[in-house]
Design a protein around this ligand. Structure first.
Ligand code: XMP
Length: 319
């Protein structure tokens, strides 16, 4: 794609000019955006870049391993892997408000980056995979009044005390363009085609209180759901799909016993940029089969529901 080839060259020149001989620290989230930003910046400035993958304990099943593998083995880009799950989950204990979750997570991310920057003798820049829709959505909502719907933690600048400037080479791009750029940079298709994943991770897919037990259940249910979608060849038709663990237990029956377990909500949408979205019209057979698999394979779940809300009036994530 010639436009992306040109974009790549232009951005590399811009990054070199902005950064000079400075040091850059880049946070990887496991998603496409930060991975593309990191690979692009690495092409521009090589070992002036340090990539940091902060495992906040809110990743999906096996996600941390996949990211580490991609960077260390596929690209040979040095990567610092920080297991900060104790710190994140500890501070999130008892936090139930969606925006409070985002703020807590955003603050901790910054603290971890500061620690890591110190370890490499200071960094001058913080790189992020911020996209154009992130920039708009955190300011206002399309067609609506200028109110914040969700404070995506990776936008809105940095606290003054951080003393780092931002490098955001994807700020003018939409998701489909980032994917094209990722292909241009040689990222494996399985990574480029991944559904978006929010920075706060599973914290915002666990409405209410977050506990390790709930996260484990959610991770397993989500993995079964995504496996079903892949097996049925639907993954690339869907813009984003995930499971949500509801903070509700309901009564069920299994064998000859009563169960009292959690409800899992399934979400799948089509969209072009995440600003508006339609719920995906699975056939009932797929949904029934998926519900059966989740209930059989995931201990702690006895009921599955499907979300048929589009955006607006719903948002994609439940929090
Ligand atoms: P919503 O739920 O606002 O989601 O309709 C639109 C897109 O943004 C993602 N999202 C987030 N991404 N930090 C992020 O990095 C956040 O706090 C956040 N909240 C939502 C969501 O997954 C969807 O792709």
């Amino acid at each position: 794609d010639w436009t992306m080839r040109a974009f790549r060259e232009e951005e590399i020149a811009k990054i070199r000019q902005q950064v000079g001989k400075g040091k850059v620290i880049c946070g990887l989230s496991g998603g496409v955006d930060s991975a593309v930003a990191a690979v692009l910046i690495h092409e521009a400035i090589g070992d002036q870049l340090t990539c940091v993958f902060v495992d906040h304990g809110l990743m999906r099943l096996n996600e941390a391993e996949q990211v580490v593998d991609l960077f260390r083995h596929h690209y040979n880009i040095p990567l610092v892997h920080v297991d900060a799950s104790k710190q994140f989950l500890g501070e999130l204990e008892g936090v139930t408000d969606p925006e409070a979750k985002r703020k807590t997570i955003g603050r901790l991310f910054i603290e971890v980056f500061e620690q890591e920057a110190k370890k490499i003798g200071g960094a001058d820049f913080l790189a992020q995979g911020t996209l154009y829709p992130d920039v708009i959505e955190s300011v206002s909502f399309t067609g609506g009044p200028s109110v914040t719907i969700k404070s995506h933690h990776n936008v809105g600048g940095l606290p003054e005390r951080m003393n780092m400037k931002l490098v955001e080479p994807l700020r003018e791009l939409f998701k489909d363009e980032v994917r094209k750029l990722g292909r241009e940079l040689g990222l494996p298709e399985i990574f480029v085609g991944r559904h978006p994943f929010p920075g706060p991770g599973l914290a915002i897919r666990c409405p209410g209180d977050i506990t390790r037990d709930k996260l484990d259940i959610l991770r397993k249910a989500d993995a079964v759901y995504i496996d079903q979608i892949r097996k049925h060849g639907l993954y690339d038709e869907i813009w984003q799909a995930f499971a949500v663990l509801l903070p509700v237990k309901t009564v069920g029956v299994m064998g000859d016993g009563r169960t009292y377990d959690y409800v899992v909500g399934l979400r799948a949408v089509t969209s072009t940029d995440g600003m508006t979205a339609d719920f995906y019209q699975f056939d009932m057979k797929f949904l029934g089969e998926t519900a059966t698999r989740i209930i059989n394979e995931v201990k702690g779940v006895n009921r599955v529901v499907y979300d048929v809300t589009s955006k607006p009036p719903g948002t994609i994530e439940w929090e």
